[in-house]
Design a protein around this ligand. Sequence first.
Ligand code: FAD
Ligand code: FO1
Length: 476
Amino acid sequence: MNTNRIRTLKPEPGKALSGRGPVVYWMSRDQRAEDNWALLFAQDEAVRAKVPLVVAFCVVPSFLGATAAQYAFMLGGLREVEERLLDKNIHFDLVTGDPGDRIPELVKAYGARCLVTDFDPLRVKRAWKKAVSAAVNTAFFEVDAHNVVPCWIASDKQEYAARTLRPKLTKLTPEYLEEFPRLKRHPFELKGGGPPVDWQGAERWVAKHTPAPPPSSPRARPADGAPAGREADAGQDARPTPGTSRARRVLARFLAHGLALYDRRRNDPNAHGTSSLSPYLHFGQISAQRVALEVGRSRVNRRAREAFLEELVVRRELSDNFCFYNPHYESVRGFPDWAVKTLSSRLKDRREYVYSLGELERAQTHDPLWNAAQAQMLTTGRMHGYMRMYWAKKILEWTESPEEAMRAAGYLNDTYELDGRDPNGYAGIAWAIGGVHDRPWPGRRVFGTIRYMSYDGCKAKFDVEAYIRRYAVERD
Ligand code: FAD
Ligand code: FO1
């Protein structure tokens, strides 16, 4: 393992003060037992010290507006994590509450030798780590298990665009895109580690502490991953089954049937031409590096592979770079200067349509294409990537100010998307509304020089009527 993936958040307090208990891996973003550099590092440390290994997950109340629907997907994936770890003689703990309290309590109760966690650029996660670091009396390490090239190594500053990050990633990728070692059966058992997780209790806790899904959103599916109603294998309209095994099947299906045509079909919202991996990548149920390795081995044409890796690696890691280096990633303050200026100069432009958040939420606009995209998100928990761009740009066009547009798009994305609350979401919205990672385009009303998208532009690209029919919003 490339040790540049690891950062020390708190150094070892000195041998005399180091606990004699297990190494604890506080799992958060990378919720899987395989292909997980943070877990592999924690196991190496535990084997070196001849101590047991414990993985702990802290369920927090209402993470960035997530509802019970998204928590159910997460808990479903974590059940599988527990099973796989048990198989490897590794204890799994699920605690609930504020990680700033619960993780240090656990570290203390175990007399942990050291603490390891995974990397995440979001502010809330950095605040949790700060609180944990201040409260533990043990070494504390962070491992980037999400990106192919660790975020802080890929670049030491906020990048302007994909074109400035791409050459850096291209240069560094060979150093990091290595095959994962297997997680070993852990040779040191935890004595008296407590019972297995009470999953029903966890579900009850989540039901009590997180908002119920809004009435129009997909209902939460059972956390054991039992198929719910209208599931089709990996189709865009299915409510996906959580977990690493399912993620691997979705990947296998994409490699066999989707990848070869990816560059030609990915912008057609009717075509099922993309991987549908984003919920699994978001919750870390599959590693992007595993996906990149398998795509690299596939025999499909190079153009298709390169087009897919551009999204999976360059665009995804550019989003982490944006959130890591820009503290205002979800507001107008995070926009580039040219975008702030052009949007301010258009503040007084007359808006042809203005909708309230409630009207947008209920898909009650004059535009059937936009309503269909919103309805796709409400009913399935996902929206096709091409429609996400159109969707966010229209929110800018139909609200009184870019600030309001950012608030509405962020709220809707984080409330309804299964893969919301993610650097990709913050960067995607900032791209659409605030020109982040983009450049000025010919000027027009409301948008100034922010890139515009139109209904007619969509019509020229794909069969908009078919998309509208599919997600038609029924009106009384
Ligand atoms: P594929 O096309 O199969 O791509 C494979 C993977 O590459 C994706 O799963 C994702 O991890 C990554 N990827 C693809 N496109 C992008 C992109 N433009 N930027 C960064 N990474 C990308 N993505 C999220 O994961 N969560 C979000 O909340 C989210 N919100 C978005 C909001 C807006 C306004 C926009 C414009 C984009 C948003 N995206 C978001 C990015 C992108 O639309 C989705 O990742 C993609 O549609 C997911 O479908 P897929 O897995 O089939 O993608
Ligand atoms: N991470 C946690 O460590 N604990 C949680 O309870 C938790 C809930 C949660 C709910 C919805 C969601 O989309 C993400 C959630 N995450 C949680 C975080 C997630 O694993 C990611 O780290 C970030 O959302 C993106 O980087």
